[in-house]
Design a protein around this ligand. Structure first.
Ligand SMILES: [Zn+2]
Length: 95
């Protein structure tokens, strides 16, 4: 790669790049389980979505998480991602 901006990640919904702290990470552990990862960096393949329901909707329509993680992701997992986005948005930026 000609340049790298390590902290920037591409949203699987809208395709925009943002700082990873502004995004939800969905990771696949080495056991093949899906983990929704807020901030921490779980090793393994992961993808990012903005904290936007619109981005989630786009990702869901394209099954973008399935493609990014190269596995079949259940509807329950998508639902959990959506709930996490809603929860984070309603709680604002605490910590
Ligand atoms: Zn997005």
């Amino acid at each position: 790669m000609a340049w790298k901006r390590v902290a920037d990640r591409r949203c699987v919904g809208c395709g925009r790049r943002r700082h990873k702290n502004e995004m939800i990470r969905v990771s696949k552990t080495k056991d093949g389980l899906i983990r929704i990862d807020l901030g921490a960096n779980i090793a393994g393949r992961g993808c990012y979505i903005c904290y936007e329901e619109e981005c989630f909707a786009k990702a869901e329509r394209k099954r973008a998480i399935d493609r990014a993680l190269r596995m079949n992701v259940s509807d329950d997992t998508y639902e959990e991602v959506l709930k996490t986005i809603r929860k984070e948005r309603s709680s604002g930026s605490e910590n």
